[in-house]
Ligand binder design. Structure first.
Ligand SMILES: [Fe+2]
Length: 399
């Protein structure tokens, strides 16, 4: 009997030791912790972003979207690089350049742990990669200005409500959706990488962002919290700024970064913001891009910015004073905003010569656009259509 008890104790001890060592082993192995997701997709570029639990170098393998297996031939590798070095980090951004417009590519992500870097010697650890063996390789398609029609969604002011985002996006046909805009305040503030992913980004990756791009217009809440200065790192854009322009199908989009809603001197910002200067600099950029052929030749011109130019609070007034006079010269078809947590539609006026649609914080805009018209449907979290709009392309665009 005594011997039997001893055997059971030994067995228990071995089991405990085994599970401890297994857990230590799994903790010590490199893994992909978040992502990947697509950013800054244009006709010839895209940046693929993901994170790991260890410092690593990273790369993407790219394959054509054909019938061959991903393992058919060695696929070309594109590394995360900066100033001639492969970047060692836990946030990985691989920018793929010189892609062909209107072309689908399959991709696989890799990270190899960097254990140490002493003098001239680097010690590498294990490599982790996305699965192309038992799962279909991930895929993206570059933008196409010649595309006859496009479909896109606009979501704003979710404030970290994953469940709401999930219900708003339930039933979306991702194979028929070209892109998504996050028009600000997807979170209430940024305090850590964990919070960024917990609040909306992990859900975004699960829903669509591995294969369908989202474009971010920063809201005033993404400027708050100790982690807010790190925001641009996770959302690379075509210009390297948080304001940018791109074209997909018949629409040229200008995404503006509204900044904060109160004066820079407000107690809430602890003396750390300088958005008045920032908006002035942004206005100079805006003046330049509205003169570009890419913008002027587009049948539809849509502006995405979180805070509407209603001139009430300081942020609104700044947008009205600094951006609107430039946009008034630019034949804008529509401006899409959020921020107010209430739906508003304003027709063009003497002050603002384009219509403004402010989306509710619990509703989503779904837009179908071709060269002649833009159909807008707004739906709630029960997927019920609550409003619709119809716009004809302005005759002001050059042929
Ligand atoms: Fe806001």
């Amino acid at each position: 009997m005594k011997k039997m008890i001893m055997n059971v104790r030994s067995l228990l001890l071995i089991t405990v030791l085994l599970s401890i060592s297994m857990s230590l082993f799994s903790q010590s192995r490199i893994s992909i912790t978040h992502g990947p997701y697509l950013q800054g997709l244009t006709e010839d570029e895209v940046t693929i972003v993901w994170t790991t639990n260890k410092m690593a170098i990273s790369w993407v393998e790219l394959a054509p979207d054909d019938e061959t297996h991903f393992y058919h031939v060695p696929r070309p590798q594109f590394f995360s690089e900066s100033y001639g070095f492969k970047v060692v980090d836990s946030v990985h951004m691989v920018k793929l350049k010189d892609l062909k417009p209107n072309t689908s590519y399959r991709y696989r992500i890799y990270s190899q742990e960097v254990l140490s870097h002493e003098a001239y010697n680097i010690t590498y650890g294990r490599t982790v990669a996305s699965n192309v063996y038992s799962e279909t390789p991930l895929k993206f398609t570059t933008n196409n200005p010649q595309k006859e029609d496009i479909s896109f969604l606009v979501l704003n002011d979710i404030h970290g409500n994953n469940e709401l985002m999930d219900s708003l996006m339930t039933g979306i046909r991702w194979d028929k959706t070209d892109l998504v805009f996050f028009n600000g305040d997807m979170t209430t503030d940024l305090r850590s990488e964990k919070k960024l992913f917990d609040d909306f980004l992990d859900k975004t990756v699960t829903l669509f962002a591995k294969e369908t791009p989202f474009y971010y217009a920063r809201g005033n809440h993404e400027t708050r919290g100790n982690f807010a200065t790190t925001f641009p790192r996770y959302f690379p854009t075509p210009t390297g700024q948080l304001y940018y322009m791109f074209r997909q199908g018949p629409v040229c989009f200008i995404v503006l970064d509204c900044g904060e809603d109160k004066p820079d001197s407000d107690i809430e910002y602890s003396g750390i913001v300088a958005f008045d200067n920032y908006r002035t600099e942004q206005a100079k950029w805006l003046e330049k891009v509205i003169g570009s052929d890419e913008f002027q030749q587009s049948p539809f011109k849509v502006v995405i910015t979180h805070i509407p130019p209603f001139g009430n609070w300081h942020g609104e007034k700044e947008i009205l004073d600094k951006f609107v006079p430039i946009l008034n010269k630019a034949n804008i078809d529509l401006m899409l905003c959020g921020h107010l947590h209430t739906p508003v539609y304003r027709e063009k006026s003497d002050t603002v010569n384009f219509p403004i649609l402010v989306n509710h914080n619990r509703e989503m805009i779904n837009i179908q656009a071709n060269k002649k018209q833009m159909d807008i449907q707004i739906s709630n979290s029960s997927r019920k259509q609550v409003k619709s709009f119809h716009f004809k392309a302005s005759n002001n665009s050059k042929p």
